[in-house]
Design a protein around this ligand. Sequence first.
Ligand code: XMP
Length: 524
Amino acid sequence: KILILDFGSQVTQLIARRVREAHVYCEIHPNDVSDDFIRQFNPKGIILSGSHASTYEDQDLRAPQAVWDAGVPVLGICYGMFTMTVQLGGEVDASSHREFGYAEVRARGHTRLFDGIEDFRTPEGHGMLKVWMSHGDKVTQLPPGFKLMASTPSCPIAGMADESRGYYAVQFHPEVTHTVRGREILGRFVLDICGAKPDWVMGDYITEAIARIREQVGSEEVILGLSGGVDSSVAAALIHRAIGDQLTCVFVDHGLLRMNEAQLVMEMFAGRLHAKVVHVDASAEFLGALAGVQDPEQKRKIIGREFVEVFQREAKKLVNAKWLAQGTIYPDVIESGGAKTKKAITIKSHHNVGGLPETLGLKLLEPLRELFKDEVRELGVALGLPPDMVHRHPFPGPGMGVRILGEVRREYAELLRRADAIFIEELRNTRDAATGKTWYELTSQAFAVFLPVKSVGVMGDGRTYDYVVALRAVQTSDFMTADWAELPYALLKKVSGRIINEVRGINRVTYDISSKPPATIEWE
Ligand code: XMP
């Protein structure tokens, strides 16, 4: 197993992810663990992360002496390279300005770490790597025994190695995807240089996670807000596997869910997994609070507030609960950590249950905190959840509340639910000939939107005067920007025909061809 010492970088989890991708077991621990801890951990290799701190002069940010006494390979990344340099007798200079971004690094000196790994060759025949660099402080003198491994014009010592001891350090970040061959470089380190066995699988993660959950909660009881989304579902399945009936899931139905959603969730969790699930039908309460409200932000706030109220009421009934479990995943952790700078203005207020643990006096249990979305999906499948369920498109917390424009009414929700179900069914049933994938798989998010305007139509011999539905389907990798999907005309035709024929009350269907930005994915 590999030990990752965290010096406080935002991307340390990415190192762990790359190591897991090489099927090697790893753990992240703070940089100031004790020497004893490291000896007991008995790693095959150690990786020193980067840090948000820019100064190598901070005496607290050092690797424990046991790292250098362990006799195993060590890889220093960015800050990890500085501390390695300082601790092993080299010199670092705080240079005048920091630089971040794309760089081309020249590999030097034929080390095992880079051997055969390069992005291109210069006309002079130098092997080059395309990397994500962050430099400011610079190594100015190699520690004794080290040789130069990489350089750029502005950073002459961008990588160094003492191969006799298995020590390597790079100024750039191999863990981020912008470093094109980063995954190979980290794989080379853990598999070839450390000799770690690639025998880690998701099943092992489950075993470890279960042990951790049991240790954390002991015999105490846990509640979890189950939404039917991927994250809360996987968290529920995992925790249930760990502690069975000590877990109670609370499923709040606000009346703005997709077709058959409540049934599906209940069948899956109560029926198949035999988990304790409290199904709260709070639709009357939510729809009552929303009556007459037009403004999108106000609607979101009302739904968020109602959700917290209903959830709290249910939670208080479970008097023995000591823990609140949440399906927080790693990107959520980064997002809230970096929220101050990133979210300068609120385009849309996202509702979640933040703040709930304090008011309820509960401890927080977040077993998915270190996983990325695709890992959560893999975990879900390994836990026996249906692949369809773990590969679902995201669904916003306020549900169809933000897909019914303006005032929300039960009858609108009913029409929209049916139109939406037809759209999703056809996306799932239609395959693209070129890729063999369904259009549901080929889109990142797709749904119908209810427009509370009426238009004239003709049906049979009669005139109709009914509502309009818009179809929205987008492709995106991060949901920050998105393109509308070029769905086949035949598919659109079938969907529109079915909706107009099957959903009395809708006589017109349109397709949304706006990209984000300037539009957003949802209509409200
Ligand atoms: P927008 O509309 O901002 O959506 O382009 C980006 C992604 O966020 C989802 N979304 C929400 N999710 N609560 C949620 O849990 C919300 O209030 C909310 N608003 C938008 C949206 O579905 C899309 O995936």
